[in-house]
Design a protein around this ligand. Structure first.
Ligand SMILES: [Zn+2]
Length: 216
């Protein structure tokens, strides 16, 4: 899933109002922030295979550290644990951990059976929603705009940075995702990985916009 993960982060703000949206985006998107780093380091591998699903042209051959259930549980526990040590907010720490875990659950729905349960294991799971264009797009749109709606009801802008900072981020995510639907497969794995690396910008961007908003 792509923008649906951001919908989860936006919705989580209602449950963790004192937690920065930057932190929640980092958590919900963490697996896909880690993944391009591991691709560039040659630790994980992907093949570009246009047509392998209707929506995504990627054959995820090997991504045990970023996307196996066992490792995701470890990342979720680490993220929640570090958040608790730093911020001393138990509820919010659970929500941060749940955001990390949510990524795998949403990926489980859309991916082919390519998500490993544990590194080295042979069992791979995925319900394959990406094989249906209308269903996959509907799911992305529902999660994304559902999250936007919840976030907009839970917060209000204090100034223009809170208003336009948020809207520009949401527009970038939505239209960036729409453009990937038409763009076709990237030429090679390196450009795919660097494209993935650009998503790191969404973490400070969300944090900055969120700092200029308050609970409503
Ligand atoms: Zn993912």
């Amino acid at each position: 899933m792509f923008i649906g993960h951001f919908g989860v982060a936006l919705a989580a703000k209602k449950a963790a109002p004192r937690t920065s949206l930057g932190t929640l985006v980092f958590a919900a998107q963490f697996l896909d922030l880690l993944w391009p780093i591991l691709l560039l380091l040659g630790i994980e591998h992907v093949e570009i295979a246009p047509g392998i699903t209707r929506l995504s042209p990627f054959n995820f051959t090997d991504y045990p550290y970023s996307h196996s259930l066992l490792m995701v549980a470890v990342w979720a526990a680490l993220a929640g644990g570090i958040y608790y040590v730093v911020c001393r907010d138990k509820t919010a720490a659970w929500i941060v951990a749940a955001c990390v875990l949510s990524h795998w659950v949403l990926d489980l729905v859309v991916h082919r059976p390519d998500l490993p349960l544990a590194p080295g294991g042979s069992v791979r799971v995925g319900f394959g929603l990406w094989n249906s264009l209308p269903a996959a797009i509907t799911a992305e749109v529902l999660f994304f705009f559902g999250g936007v709606w919840i976030y907009l009801r839970a917060t209000r802008a204090r100034d223009n940075a809170g208003r336009y900072g948020l809207w520009s981020l949401l527009a970038l995510l939505f239209f960036g995702w729409v453009s990937t639907l038409f763009a076709g497969a990237p030429p090679n794995v390196t450009s795919l990985a660097w494209g993935g690396m650009t998503m790191w910008i969404t973490v400070p961007w969300a944090g900055w916009a969120d700092r200029h908003r308050e609970a409503s």
